[in-house]
Design a binder for this molecule. Structure first.
Ligand SMILES: Nc1ncnc2c1ncn2[C@@H]1O[C@H](COP(=O)(O)OP(=O)(O)OP(=O)(O)O)[C@@H](O)[C@H]1O
Ligand SMILES: [Mg+2]
Length: 282
């Protein structure tokens, strides 16, 4: 099971939109996929049509009680092959309870190991913070996907995020593949977007996914219907782009372009590009 932590401490950069729609796209391509909602805001849970306040058990229970196995809280969704480990506001309390545990950074990893034969892909939707929950996600992950909105302020946040991933990798997860960057909410006609995109590709090269997610109103509407874009509007640009991202992640190349070396199986090194001097020039 490949475990992708979708994380960025910057809020509103498209983490949940990516987690829900990439999970749906992978599932629709026949992959057994588990989406874990690790955010007390429970947006991924809501986005798949569940009412968080009505849930009997959530990821909170599996994290704070080792006697509750993850499979007990996992729910099926309306999409075949897609399961959800839901969240609700109670997850706020996990932070302080986890802090008192020994091996607190590895609780999620432990729980995920019990379902590793049941799923091909597991996506972790993180909250916009560097909390113990996010540390758990990075410690459990095989891969990191950082959604980045294509504007200048996002680049500053990206540097911070990459430094954090490096620290967590060194301390808790030396096997972790180099992080990959996904450009989100891009606007085709904006010069600024193209400029930021070009600079990020120049510095991070193959670590940036070829697939770009453009701003698409249907992606913003789908959660209000409690659906992923794949069922809400299968023919939208947003659906096509998340399907392309799923293909790129699975196969290592995007559907429109020649095969590149960039993939989760053979990731390009971000570290070699994270030289601070370079980033400062960005
Ligand atoms: N490609 C897109 N086109 C249009 N709207 C988008 C797109 N991606 C995300 N959005 C909208 O932008 C807002 C923020 O997106 P999202 O919730 O995915 O970000 P997030 O990083 O998960 O936020 P948070 O940090 O609060 O968890 C949402 O209203 C979402 O519907
Ligand atoms: Mg979110």
């Amino acid at each position: 099971m490949r475990i992708i932590a979708i994380t960025n401490q910057k809020g509103g950069c498209g983490k949940t939109t990516t987690a829900v729609n990439l999970a749906a796209a992978l599932a629709m391509q026949g992959c057994r996929t588990l989406l874990v909602d690790l955010d007390p805001q429970a947006h991924a849970t809501l986005g798949l049509g569940l009412a968080p306040e009505r849930l009997q058990k959530t990821i909170y229970d599996a994290l704070i009680n080792p006697y509750i196995p993850l499979r007990d809280i996992v729910l099926p969704t309306m999409i075949p092959h897609l399961s959800l480990a839901p969240s609700n506001v109670l997850l706020c309390g996990a932070e302080s309870q986890l802090s008192q545990m020994t091996h607190r950074e590895f609780v999620l990893k432990q729980q995920l190991s019990s379902v590793q034969d049941a799923f091909d892909w597991c996506l972790l939707d993180c909250s916009p913070s560097l909390s113990v929950l996010t540390l758990n996600a990075v410690a459990a992950a095989t891969d990191i996907l950082i959604p980045v909105q294509t504007h200048y302020y996002a680049i500053e946040g990206l540097r911070q995020m990459l430094e954090t991933v490096d620290i967590v990798r060194d301390r808790f997860n030396p096997q972790l593949h180099p992080a990959r960057i996904l450009l989100t909410m891009s606007e085709k006609r904006t010069l600024l977007c193209r400029d930021v995109q070009q600079q990020l590709r120049e510095y991070f090269r193959d670590a940036v996914f070829r697939t770009v997610i453009h701003r698409n109103i249907r992606l913003a509407e789908a959660p209000s219907a409690g659906q992923s874009i794949l069922t809400y509007d299968r023919h939208s640009t947003g659906a096509a782009e998340y399907i392309a991202l799923a293909s790129e992640i699975r196969t290592g190349h995007d559907v429109e372009q020649e095969p590149s070396q960039a993939s989760f199986t053979e990731p390009a090194s971000v570290e070699s590009q994270t030289d601070l001097a370079l980033m400062n020039r960005v």
